[in-house]
Design a protein around this ligand. Structure first.
Ligand SMILES: [Zn+2]
Ligand SMILES: [Zn+2]
Length: 393
């Protein structure tokens, strides 16, 4: 049987068998978004939706994560499929009938969709146990948005025996129903800095008796623009954004301190490790030259999300067979966004795949982000096909 025949009708099978259930679950999760590790109710919804399936379930992994294992009837490797469950601190403005019922919390990154697509795949694959030579492990993780729930889950050892792993992310800007990925880096490392510029405060009319922290901060922000443009190889992607600046209490007082915060995105580990020294050195030099100093903190956060070459190639093959060749896109460029699936991919060869929800859809992390739910059974079918492919060789 050819691969094409093997996936023939799979999308329809998933849509007709579990489509309504997947959409209903997505709406339930969307209505009640939870942040960070506090995904207790979301995990309960996942457990309820998995009830009755032949799965071995572990709860409380990374606080409110759920790990479910499906043993196939044949012997073989273990393939992992991962979804994230957490929402964002954004006030929803979609006007959807199932919009968030909690002010200031919203599923604006599609994680409600990822979670329900994975539940759909668990249903589909449970019905195909006789075709599975090996094991499928489903990871439902909390705290993707900034807190590294994926790392906590990997550190808990629940992925130690997984041989390959895949995850999907709904992707605005990519045509609806297209799957896109690439070998190597697909998402950037995201690190952060905070600095307090220290001067000496005083009267706005007597600057000579002060050391002006605002004037220092302004010079530092300008100078930091040259770290990427003058110190990084022009063909090496890097981003340095100062996203926070704050100082002062009144128009006629020179404040003692000013505060800056920023993010640094890189795709190369050597460059990544070099950035803090360069930022600190430049900022301190400017502050000291203006009779001040800086206190500097740098935090290495999510590493680069690096797809395994073979896994990415295989994922594109599966997407092409399932969705049609035109809908399997090999990306040329990664995104400078970040993703904590990186922690799984540090340990396990696998691939992170973008699933298009259309070009006219609001961006991720915006209050109007919404997508056509027709994508959900399609995503479930893609996850199902990735597992089938991994366990059929
Ligand atoms: Zn996000
Ligand atoms: Zn996300």
């Amino acid at each position: 049987m050819s691969v094409v025949q093997r996936f023939d009708g799979l999308e329809r099978e998933v849509r007709e068998g579990f489509g309504e259930k997947i959409v209903a679950l997505r709406r339930e999760i969307h209505r009640e978004p939870e942040l960070g590790f506090d995904t207790e109710k979301t995990a309960a919804k996942v457990l309820a939706a998995l009830d009755g399936l032949p799965l071995e379930i572990q709860t409380g992994v990374a606080e409110n994560g759920v790990v479910a294992t499906l043993e196939g009837e044949g012997e073989g490797p273990t393939v992992g499929l991962r979804a994230d469950m957490d929402a964002l601190p954004i006030h929803e403005e979609t006007g959807l009938p199932f919009a968030s019922e909690t002010d200031g919390k919203m599923h604006a990154c599609g994680h409600d969709g990822h979670t329900s697509m994975l539940v759909g795949a668990a249903h589909a694959l449970s019905g195909m146990r006789h075709r599975l030579n090996g094991t499928v492990r489903f990871f439902f993780q909390p705290a993707e948005e900034g807190e590294g729930g994926g790392k906590v889950m990997v550190d808990a050892g629940v992925a130690d025996d997984v041989d390959s792993i895949f995850a999907l992310h709904l992707w605005p800007g990519l045509p609806f129903g297209r799957a896109a990925t690439k070998a190597g880096p697909i998402m950037a490392a995201a690190d952060a800095f905070e600095m307090t510029v220290k001067g000496a405060g005083g009267h706005g009319a007597m600057p000579h008796l002060t050391a002006d922290a605002i004037a220092m901060a302004a010079q530092i922000v300008t100078a930091l623009q040259t770290v990427v443009s003058r110190e990084v190889d022009p063909v090496e992607p890097a981003v340095l954004t100062v996203g926070e600046i704050g100082a002062g209490t009144a128009y006629n007082i020179i404040p003692e301190t000013a505060r800056l915060g920023g993010t640094v995105r890189t795709l190369n580990e050597d460059l990544r490790r070099r950035m803090p020294e360069r930022i600190e050195h430049l900022a301190r030099g400017i502050a000291q030259g203006m009779r001040g100093d800086v206190q500097f903190d740098y935090e290495f956060s999510y590493p680069v999300t690096v797809n395994d070459e073979y896994a990415a190639w295989r994922a594109l093959g599966v997407a092409g067979d399932l969705l049609g060749e035109d809908n399997a896109i090999e990306l040329t460029n990664p995104s400078m966004g970040a993703e904590d699936f990186a922690y799984f991919l540090e340990k396990i060869p696998g691939a992170f795949i973008w699933l298009g929800v259309g070009e006219d859809v609001s961006g991720l992390h915006t209050p109007t982000f919404a997508f056509d739910e027709e994508i959900l059974p399609l995503g479930s079918a893609l996850l199902t096909a990735l597992a089938l492919e991994s366990l059929s060789s």
